[in-house]
Design a protein around this ligand. Structure first.
Ligand code: ABC
Ligand code: CA
Length: 474
């Protein structure tokens, strides 16, 4: 994918080990054990209809490289982030050919493959005794590593870049990304990775732990769309990675105000409104940010919020906003796991149910976004306007998709708000449809739309003439 095609993608994130496993495996998967549970590429291939049926077209899988074996004080490397030899694959997930089959199967369905990559570190079981060896493939010399020190000061960028993540159980030996040997290795490696497995995009781990000037060559060597993890809520800090490092970040700056805005009835939505403007001011291109509500590093939103209307409004935001939406597996199944490792539940326990309310909800959101993109060439590149409609609702105007999100909760009585034609772009007497309820409404003689928020649900409107497959099954 290039930037243009990446903007129209909708990504479903899986933990490869937890998404699907062969039916021959029946052991209990207990998240707190932090052990491999048996998920494979081959089993994932059998479930592509499940993912595509929700309207997602791209699958982000866990890192694919060989990891340290055995167990540690933090369990096994089931998540894939504990690299041993980046030139080998993690055979717990299948063979390299199985991975190629996954890529082919996706492409045959018009879908895309995104692989997670870690270049900042490899894993050692103990910091004090770590000695590079040939087990680490090309990184067998101490010159390939930054000397040991723990990251202790996140306000000191040199400390963040050159010291080590992890702890005494699993030290993440920090690669010397300042060395030409290490740089050249990774640039060639990512080029071959993309080519060997015909990847469409790449997710980069721990971006802020590698000096910015490492990234532009790595990104151009990959040659495909890149979304990178800069785990920080500060828009100024994060935006520098888009402009200087050429890595499009996940939208952590929006994530925190998003969760705070919708995690309780009557919460403050102004922080999110203000942040969307700050993001527009800071980032060179907000339409390439990666938006998410849940992921594998944070407690699921549903671990602290039980109101289904609040949950739906919060989940709607990434799909109706500027940037690329990311759904995290299990949200559609109502999973409620808290912090790592509890947020990495096995999906097979939920039986890949396509009839659940949340499964259909994600399908509705993806259909609405797709219809807007099909209706307007500039939908993906035009920047939205977010404004306050009432103390409990905001307008996300990204023409031709016009959304009203509320945090009044499912027990709220009906509330009326007005979407002005100046914000929506709708003319007089235009019929619009809400992709969530499938209710149709018509604008008045001035093009304004009177909207009733019912039981606190999100409203995601598009003109009926542009609705495409929206509400086609009801
Ligand atoms: C293991 C255990 C966990 C245990 C942990 C200590 O060790 O499983 O139960 O709690 C992988 C695995 C993890 C594993 C780790 C460490 O490796 O998935 O299960 O945890 O062995 C990426 C990946 C992540 C991955 C790694 C390592 C990196 O997405 O899945 O973890 O390859 C930092 C990094 C970030 C990293 C994250 C886990 O840690 O920067 O790249 N994620 C502050 C810091 C952040 C820091 C974050 C969490 O805390 O600034 O740098 O992330 O520790 C906002 C602020 C932020 C602040 C947040 C908390 O609040 O703006 O700056 O983030 O308001
Ligand atoms: Ca580093």
């Amino acid at each position: 994918l290039d930037d243009t095609s990446a903007r129209s993608a909708s990504v479903y994130q899986v933990i490869t080990d937890r998404f699907a496993r062969p039916s021959s495996v029946s052991s209990t998967c207990t998240t707190s054990d932090r052990k491999y549970c048996g998920g494979t590429y081959s089993a994932l291939i059998e479930k592509l209809d499940y993912i595509q049926g929700m309207g997602f077209d791209t699958i982000w899988i866990s890192p694919i490289v060989e990891n340290i074996g055995g167990t540690t004080g933090e369990g096994e490397a089931y998540h894939g982030y504990w690299t041993l030899d980046a030139d080998k694959t993690n055979d717990n997930f299948g063979t390299a050919d199985d991975l190629k089959s996954l890529s082919t199967a996706l492409h045959n369905k018009g879908m895309y493959l995104m692989v997670d990559v870690v270049v900042n570190h490899v894993a050692a079981t103990s910091s004090s005794t770590f000695t590079p060896s040939s087990s680490y493939g090309q990184f067998s010399s101490s010159d390939d590593y930054h000397p040991f020190c723990w990251i202790t000061d996140y306000s000191n960028q040199t400390n963040v870049e050159q010291c080590w993540l992890g702890d005494d159980s699993v030290a993440l030996a920090d690669l010397n990304t300042d060395s030409d040997t290490v740089k050249n290795y990774w640039n060639n490696w990512v080029k071959e990775l993309v080519s060997n497995y015909t990847l469409d995009s790449v997710r980069i781990d721990t971006v802020k732990h590698v000096q910015k000037d490492f990234w532009p060559n790595f990104v151009s060597s990959a040659g495909v769309f890149i979304q990178g993890e800069v785990l920080n809520g500060d828009p100024t800090y994060v935006s520098a990675y888009q402009s200087d490092a050429k890595v499009n970040p996940f939208n952590y700056p929006a994530y925190y105000p998003l969760t705070r805005g919708f995690n309780q009835t009557g919460g403050d939505l102004t922080e999110l409104v203000t942040m969307t403007q700050t993001i527009k001011n800071n980032f060179s291109d907000p339409t390439l940010l990666g938006n998410f509500l849940n992921n594998h590093d944070n407690p699921r939103f549903e671990s602290t919020v039980t109101d289904t209307s609040l949950i739906k409004n919060a989940h709607a935001y990434p799909f109706v906003t500027d940037g690329i939406p990311y759904g995290y597996y299990g949200s559609e199944a109502g999973f409620t796991g808290g912090a790592d490792p509890d947020n990495r539940e096995p999906l097979w326990t939920a039986n890949y149910d396509t009839s659940s309310d949340m499964y259909k909800f994600f399908a509705s959101l993806n259909a609405a976004r797709k219809a807007a993109g099909n209706a307007s060439d500039s939908f993906y590149t035009n920047q939205m306007t977010v404004s306050s409609l009432s103390s409990s609702s905001i307008l996300v105007a990204k023409s031709p998709l016009i959304s009203v999100l509320s945090n009044s909760g499912s027990s709220a009585s009906d509330a009326s708000v007005t979407v002005q034609s100046s914000a929506s772009g709708w003319s007089s007497n235009t019929e619009v449809i809400d992709a969530i309820s499938c209710e149709t409404l018509t604008t008045d003689g001035s093009g304004n739309l009177a909207v009733t928020v019912k039981t606190g649900l999100p409203r995601v409107f598009i003109a009926s003439s542009q609705k495409g497959s929206v509400c086609s099954s009801s």
